[in-house]
Design a protein around this ligand. Structure first.
Ligand code: SAM
Length: 352
């Protein structure tokens, strides 16, 4: 297919996902307001000028995504990777789960877990219905619906934002040119359902990949996704990022996507310390998380409404938290910042 046609197909594909996300959000809030009119006053419409800015930021993200594929950071096919089977199997369940979400929202019930869910042994900050999800991160249904919910939230741009870690990751790994591709070890902290590991696998087919997360259900889902890819299976381990279950100086690179806004401030610091500990001298640590107020003040409206609409108890503090200072405090240096659409990236280096 000629390059211009592939690009047009990609843009149309993404625009389709964006419209789908928008349509879902509109329909869902109309239905919710019908069933629970009292919740209506709490949601304010997004101002038009902000919608224009968001569209510009989204277009910029997609252009960068396209350009990185053209530069060979990852194969072009990754731009079209979409969990279709999950979409058709689980989209109806997103709707079926909605009334329970609205009820919890109405009751302001944020720690609602079914009796069969074992919440013992998890940190209390974690035993929450993040995003009002039924059973938080602790059920198989939650793991099956998670990627769809994130896609709807970001208008189909979640993977495009995750892919922004790949160029700095490959750049950071150049410090280890003397290692064979197989000897390179990469850890994804809070790997969730494995989307980031899947993207890393496509960009670095031979690297040894590792993922850790607190949720057994999400790890099961990650295993299901990653075991379909030919080549070596990433090693998945259940663990708390506050005590990473790996020896010191083990990984050439460590990544973490959409974790830090879900941690209390002191835990953010502990996790950063742990990531420093397990990174090899000369290695790179990349965080991808939400935008922050300091560099995206024009999106303050989004940052204010996000934790209201979705249950995100630590998000507000996150938006003003100085992560650069936290990274420097444990010893990271040469910290580069990037912003893409709704995400911010911290690319930090452990001194050689
Ligand atoms: C918003 S999800 C992000 C998942 C994935 N990285 C992604 O890109 O979609 C947050 C993830 O962090 C995990 N998590 C939260 N606190 C954790 C902790 N202290 N240690 C390990 N994982 C944690 C959750 O189980 C969940 O899978």
């Amino acid at each position: 297919m000629p390059e211009s046609l592939t690009k047009l197909t990609y843009q149309t594909f993404q625009q389709g996902k964006n419209y789908f996300g928008l349509a879902h959000k509109i329909l869902s809030s109309q239905l919710r307001n019908l069933v629970y009119p009292t919740l209506q006053q709490k949601t304010k419409p997004i101002p038009n000028e902000l919608l224009v800015k968001l569209q510009q930021r989204l277009n910029q993200l997609l252009e960068t995504d396209w350009q990185d594929a053209q530069k060979g950071v990852y194969p072009e096919s990754l731009l079209f990777d979409n969990p279709w089977q999950d979409f058709f199997s689980y989209y109806p369940l997103v709707w079926l789960d909605s009334p329970q979400i609205w009820e919890r929202l109405k009751q302001q019930n944020y720690q609602d877990f079914s009796p069969e869910i074992d919440t013992d042994g998890y940190p209390s900050y974690y035993v929450q219905n993040f995003h009002h999800q039924s059973n938080g991160y602790l059920s198989d249904l939650s793991a099956n619906l998670y990627d769809l919910q994130v896609e709807i939230l970001f208008g189909g741009a979640a993977d495009a934002m995750r892919r922004r870690i790949l160029a700095p990751l490959k750049q950071g790994l150049k410090a280890f040119d003397s290692f064979t591709p197989k000897q390179v070890r990469i850890l994804d902290v809070a790997c969730g359902t494995g989307r980031t590991l899947k993207l890393i696998r496509a960009a670095l087919p031979q690297a040894s990949l590792f993922g850790t997360d607190l949720s057994p259900a999400y790890l099961r889902k990650a295993n299901e996704l990653l075991s379909q890819i030919p080549g070596e299976l990433p090693q998945l381990l259940q663990g708390n990022a506050e005590e990473l279950p790996y020896v010191d100086n083990y990984f050439h690179a460590v990544t973490s996507v959409f974790l830090f806004h879900e941690l209390p401030a002191s835990v953010r610091q502990t996790v950063i310390e742990q990531c420093f500990r397990v990174t090899k001298p000369g290695g790179v640590f990349i965080i991808c998380d939400s935008i922050q107020l300091s560099d995206s003040p024009e999106l303050e409206y989004m940052m204010d409404s996000f934790p209201e609409t979705f249950h995100e108890p630590y998000y507000k503090h996150y938006t003003t938290d100085n992560l650069v200072e936290r990274l420097q405090r444990v010893g990271f240096e040469n910290i580069e910042i990037q912003d893409h659409f709704m995400s911010k990236y911290f690319i930090a280096h452990k001194p050689a």
